[in-house]
Structures are given as structure tokens and as C-alpha cells.
Ligand binder design. Structure first.
Ligand SMILES: C[S@@+](CC[C@H](N)C(=O)[O-])C[C@H]1O[C@@H](n2cnc3c(N)ncnc32)[C@H](O)[C@@H]1O
Length: 247
């Protein structure tokens, strides 16, 4: 304390500002770790998890993540929802999801299987999510099944990929590239000094380019899910949010 009193005014200000900046960065990193998982590198799919987290209401008791990959979203969902199920047809992804379970939440149920054929009780789920997985399946069949397993009043959120086809699609590449750079820089800045996982990376199956254009994906969604809210997003994504009508 005595040292700080003796500092010239400018230097003391710098110390206060530096400590404030550190506190802010720590807070941001802590809130990031709650929302996206600090040790999960930023990517275009994780970026939109907040769209999903934002729709979870207090009456949401069972969430199902379709094409859960290595379980990043299921781990986040489990901090807010008491029963979480992840399904993926890729064996290695499911094995990694199980291995990465948070010691606090070892009860996430992972199913290695094809969502389209896996028997799931109709109207048994409050929230269905699908991040970057819808374009791996027949989209109409998959959306119908997602709607079927959802209870009336339940919510479906899809973060989907589609194919660039219009001039507007191609123009969006510019802000996406800038945002991409900024996010990656910000993420490595926040995570500096934190321990990085030494696990080897595994890429869950990807399909690129997607078969449907944005316009086609939107048309299918509006046909299967009347009243669905479609939004075009940056980073080659769109979102669908649909509330299943009460009977
Ligand atoms: C690009 S990855 C996305 C993984 C994860 N949702 C994420 O955001 O990181 C797509 C995943 O969907 C899975 N998938 C594709 N078709 C599926 C199906 N019919 N049933 C279950 N999973 C499927 C793939 O195995 C893959 O892990």
C-alpha cells in the first residue's frame, strides 16, 4: 500500500487500470467458461450455443442434442437441465463425449445411434437441439422426428449449415472472415496462461458443402414446422427456433 502511495500519479493510475483490466478479463473468461467451456476452442458451432442456452426456461427438464459430436453442448446444457441426452452415430465422438464428462455431471446419457431410426418416446423431450448436424440427414425426416419427440410447448433449436448460392451469401464472407479473426484473437487472449488440453484433436464427421442452399433449408423448415423462426447468421450458419404448439 505504502509503495502505491509513493508512486507518481500517472504510474498509480496505470496500476489501477491494469488491475481493473485483469479483473474484467477474468470475469469475461469466467462467464465464457460457463457459457462455452473455456478449454473448448472457439469455433463457429460453439459461437451459437448461446442462442440455445438463451431459450432454456425453468420448466425445461429433458434436453436432447441430436448429432452431439464430442458433447460440448450436452455438457453446457447439463449445467441448466436435469436430464440431458446426446445422440450421435459416430462411435469415436460418443466415446470422447463420455470420456469428457464433467465429474459433477456424469449422468448425461449418450446414445451411439442414428437419430432417424433410434426409438425415442414421442413427446418426451422439452428441448431438442441440433448443431451442425441437420445437413447430415434427410432434413425433412429429421425435422419431423425432432418435432415428434418434443412435448407440446417444447422448443426446437437448430443451428444449421447451408450452401452459399446468392450474391448476399457470398458478401457475408467478408464480415465472417473479420469476425473469425477477431474471435480467435480474443479467445486466445482470454485463455492466455490457462492450461490447454493435451488430448489429441479428433474431428467429428463433417459434410461440406451442405446439399441445400439457405433458401432451400428455410423452405423445408417452414413446410415442416409452421411458424418456425428462421434467421440467417454469420459464419455460414442459420438458426431455426420453433415452439411446438400446445394441443
Ligand atoms: C459437424 S458434427 C457436429 C457435432 C456437434 N454438434 C458440434 O457442434 O460440434 C455433425 C455430427 O452429426 C452426427 N450425425 C450425422 N448424422 C447423424 C444421425 N443420423 N444420427 C446421429 N448423429 C448424426 C455426426 O456423426 C457428427 O458427429
Amino acid at each position: 500500500m505504502a509503495d502505491q502511495v509513493d508512486q507518481p500519479a500517472g504510474r498509480a493510475d496505470i496500476i489501477v487500470l491494469t488491475s481493473l483490466r485483469e479483473q474484467v478479463l477474468r470475469r469475461v473468461a469466467e462467464s465464457d467458461s460457463r457459457i462455452t467451456g473455456l478449454h473448448e476452442p472457439w469455433n463457429h458451432n460453439h459461437h451459437y450455443h448461446r442462442v440455445i442456452i438463451g431459450v432454456i426456461g425453468p420448466d425445461c427438464r429433458h434436453a436432447l442434442d441430436v448429432g452431439c459430436g464430442q458433447g460440448t453442448l450436452t455438457r453446457q446444457l447439463r449445467t441448466r437441465v436435469s436430464t440431458v441426452t446426446g445422440i450421435d452415430r459416430d462411435e469415436r465422438s460418443i466415446a470422447l463425449a463420455r470420456a469428457r464428462a464433467d465429474p459433477q455431471f456424469r449422468d448425461i446419457c449418450y446414445i451411439r445411434g442414428d437419430f432417424l431410426t433410434e426409438p425415442i418416446t414421442p413427446e418426451s423431450v422439452d428441448l431438442v437441439t441440433a448443431v451442425a448436424s441437420l445437413h447430415h440427414m434427410n432434413p425433412e425426416a429429421a425435422l419431423r422426428k425432432m418435432a415428434d419427440v418434443l412435448r407440446p410447448g417444447g422448443i426446437l433449436v437448430v443451428i444449421g449449415l447451408a450452401r452459399d448460392a446468392s450474391v448476399a451469401d457470398f458478401l457475408l464472407v467478408v464480415p465472417a472472415a473479420i469476425g473469425n479473426l477477431a474471435h480467435r484473437f480474443a479467445h486466445s487472449w482470454r485463455c492466455r496462461g490457462t492450461r490447454r488440453s493435451s488430448e489429441p484433436c479428433y474431428q467429428s464427421p463433417i459434410i461440406w458443402p451442405p446439399a441445400l442452399t439457405y433458401r432451400q433449408a428455410r423452405r423445408v423448415a417452414e413446410h415442416v414446422l409452421p411458424g418456425v423462426r428462421y434467421r440467417r447468421r454469420l459464419y455460414w450458419r442459420y438458426s431455426l427456433v420453433w415452439i411446438k404448439p400446445e394441443r
